[in-house]
Write a protein that binds this ligand. Structure first.
Ligand SMILES: NCc1[nH]cc(CCC(=O)O)c1CC(=O)O
Length: 294
């Protein structure tokens, strides 16, 4: 998936700035290799720290990250900047079931592979008859584990399946009201050294302003809540026809029994993200988030 994402950036640069030569530096991260709980590896930084280091020591000039994997509880590493967000892909989660059954049709006790606490909590909320079973590895290895019978079904991101050319494996997408998406879902971000003006200008030329506003609103909400890889926080922002940003966010207990929702609109993403986080904190989000130790 990461290489497919880099290839998208290479294509965009070839279209916009054909004079620029692009060399790909494939990197494996500890998050890709780790088979245990992300929390034991220091959280989502496990998907980005090796890439950040390649930027800082000059082996790379531009990094491509899934926003969903960029830690929300701390700023970008000193010396780097998140320079641009690419136009957003599909934000939804989806079900993959070999027999084509929907989530509602799956028999009680079906083993659904996911380690994302946001998915686990919403599965408990809407489909308490199903059993979330931890799974690690990239999308391809997860599909292989499903095919080997280790799980009955998987929950993955529609955009992730699309990027690896496996969209035909999707049984059905899950609407954003049932599974409120992850902060930054479907969005890629370009990161570079903050003093590299040439690369920063290249990255900004590929950026999408709507996606930037939506992502900043979502990430400010996440930052105020100090959300991490084991926080059951969902957030989805969209630019409305009147130009305002609408941000819908949710904090859910892992058992799905306590659901806190907030949905507000504003023109400034920082004001909006902060206000939505405050609305969730007023409802008791801190107690839920501090109580999750998964
Ligand atoms: N570490 C999981 C992860 N981080 C980013 C994506 C791809 C989808 C996206 O960019 O939201 C995925 C795969 C998934 O959630 O199925």
């Amino acid at each position: 998936m990461a290489l497919a994402q880099v290839e998208r950036v290479r294509r965009l640069l070839a279209e916009r700035r054909p004079e620029v030569t692009v060399e790909v530096l494939p990197l494996s991260t500890s998050g890709d290799r780790w088979q245990g709980s992300l929390a034991d590896l220091g959280g989502k930084g496990a998907f980005t720290k090796e890439v950040d280091q390649a930027l800082l020591d000059g082996r790379a000039d531009l990094a491509v990250h899934c926003v969903k994997d960029v830690p929300g509880d701390r700023p970008a590493p000193a010396g780097t900047v998140l320079a641009a967000y690419l136009t957003r892909d599909d934000v939804r989660d989806c079900l993959i079931h070999p027999g084509g059954a929907s989530l509602s049709e799956l028999p009680a006790g079906s083993r659904v592979g996911t380690s994302a606490v946001r998915r686990i909590a919403q599965l408990s909320l809407h489909f308490p008859h199903l059993t979330a079973v931890p799974i690690r590895g990239n999308a391809n290895s997860r599909l292989a584990k499903l095919d080997a019978g280790e799980y009955d079904a998987l929950l993955l991101a529609v955009s992730g399946l699309d990027r690896i050319g496996e969209q035909h494996r999707m049984t059905h997408p899950i609407d954003v009201d049932t599974f409120v998406p992850a902060v930054g879902s479907g969005t890629l971000v370009l990161q570079c050294r903050d003093d590299d003006a040439v690369t920063r200008e290249l990255a900004e030329a590929l950026g999408d302003r709507r996606t930037q506003l939506e992502t900043e609103a979502e990430r400010w909400m996440l930052h105020i809540l100090q959300g991490s890889c084991h926080s059951p926080i969902a957030g989805y922002a969209r630019i409305e026809p009147d130009g305002r940003i609408g941000l819908r966010a949710r904090v859910i207990s892992l058992d799905g029994k306590t659901v806190l929702d907030a949905h507000e609109w504003a023109t400034d993403p920082i004001v909006l993200g902060t206000s939505v986080a405050a609305a969730l904190l007023r409802q008791g989000a801190r107690e839920i988030l501090d109580g999750v130790t998964r």
